[in-house]
Design a protein. Structure first.
Length: 150
């Protein structure tokens, strides 16, 4: 099957407790921009053609968030290697950085791991020389980053 006929993720929806706080976080940390907005829903995008959209929807009180809820359990962003340092600094600014590490490849992969304002686990992955790390490297990344709850 060639790449043009494969399915790809188009968007993801994250339920948040405070829409304004979450918009500020994702705009500053992930360098996303607001594309569309209404009272309880916002569309964020990276600006790169063909990249998935991220929707944030404010939920009413009583809804469970983070690791105790069903649905999205973590979110990974691919970033250029030179942008990983700025992402790490922004996560630190929000007191949301867990750690920064490396997975030996090939290709070698560096990551910054943290969480959003509602404690959704996030990882920002930078691989030198490859946009799509090899399967074995992907497995190591998944085990390291998603094997533990935040």
């Amino acid at each position: 099957m060639d790449n043009s006929s494969r399915l790809a993720v188009r968007s993801a929806l994250i339920a948040v407790s405070d829409l304004e706080r979450s918009i500020e976080f994702y705009v500053q940390v992930a360098d996303l921009t607001v594309g569309m907005r209404d009272e309880k829903l916002v569309l964020l995008r990276s600006g790169a053609a063909g990249t998935p959209y991220l929707y944030l929807r404010e939920q009413r009180q009583g809804t469970r968030y983070g690791q105790g809820s069903l649905g999205l359990r973590g979110l990974a962003f691919q970033v250029p290697p030179e942008r990983l340092g700025p992402v790490e600094r922004r996560l630190r600014h929000f007191n949301a950085l867990l750690d920064r590490g490396r997975v030996d490849g090939p290709p070698d992969v560096e990551f910054a791991r943290g969480y959003d304002p509602d404690r959704l686990p996030l990882v920002f992955v930078a691989s030198a020389g490859a946009d799509d790390p090899a399967d074995l490297t992907n497995q190591r990344i998944a085990n390291l980053l998603y094997g533990l709850d935040v």
